[in-house]
Design a protein around this ligand. Structure first.
Ligand code: PGA
Length: 256
């Protein structure tokens, strides 16, 4: 568990300007919960409005293109989302890997572009159920991570967050067990320390995603090597999202 848990709401393809009231309510509540780092990743269309209205929370994008600009109809570059007010970008989400055929190499290129534009990166990884049942979940995730990271990242530390999201747990209502989460996060931590050295490798945050809700959040966030949560469905209303943030705050209070 981190000294300051990082709780990120991934709104996916949800939200029109009518949802700005939820972002405002989250931001207002966040101002009283400074022991937790809170961020939202709304759709591209809401990045600027959310950034303009929110004072406390981080705001990020859910994807970016690897190029800085050019003839790429319908795409959005890292520098564009930074210009709109994003401070980070989620990359390699399984919904993009599956729905858009994104491969590890492309994700590594996107990550390099995002770092180049001054954004932080939340890099997602996670195994399908067949790999878990075959006892190959850790191998799968570490291979995926290795291939989805750019060759060099300067001063990586907190600029990179890894989100472990088992595919079968996303949106299913069934989170992974705390034992499986801790085992995976521990393996990811070892990989990060080996790859980036002790200081950076321990500063990179590893957060869990996949059916996190107010009921299971405390147990998950208190887990060893769990530095926060990436929350989909339960981030769509201020009430359910803030209940997760409150659970994270309780975990911090209970340990001190
Ligand atoms: P979920 O989504 O919380 O709805 O399972 C998590 C995610 O996909 O980031």
């Amino acid at each position: 568990m981190a000294s300051r848990p990082f709780i990120v709401g991934n709104w996916k393809m949800h939200g029109t300007r009518a949802m700005l009231s939820e972002a405002r309510a989250i931001d207002r509540a966040a101002q009283r919960l400074m022991q937790v780092e809170i961020a939202l990743a709304p759709p591209f269309t809401l990045i600027h409005p959310v950034r303009r209205e929110a004072e406390q929370i981080g705001v990020g994008a859910q994807d970016c293109h690897p190029a800085d600009g050019g003839a790429h109809t319908g795409d959005i570059s890292a520098s564009m989302v930074a210009d709109a007010g994003a401070g980070f970008v989620i990359l390699g989400h399984s919904e993009r890997r599956e729905g858009h055929g994104e491969k590890d190499k492309l994700i590594a290129e996107k990550a390099a572009a995002a770092f180049g534009a001054g954004l932080k990166v939340i890099l997602c990884c996670g195994e399908p159920m067949e790999k878990r049942e075959a006892g190959k979940a850790v191998d799968h995730v570490l291979r995926q991570l290795k291939a989805s990271l750019p060759d060099t990242i300067e001063e990586v530390g907190e600029r990179l967050t890894i989100a472990y999201e088992p595919i079968w747990a996303i949106g299913s209502g069934e989170a992974a067990s705390i034992e499986d989460i801790v085992a995976m996060h521990t393996a990811i931590r070892e990989f990060l320390v080996k790859t980036f050295g002790e200081e950076d490798g321990t500063a990179i945050r590893i957060i869990y995603g996949g059916s996190v809700n107010a009921e299971n959040a405390a147990e998950i966030i208190a887990g060893d090597e769990v530095n926060g949560a990436l929350v989909g469905g339960a981030s769509l209303s201020a009430e359910s999202f803030m209940n997760i943030v409150l659970a994270a705050q309780d975990v911090i209070n209970n340990q001190s």
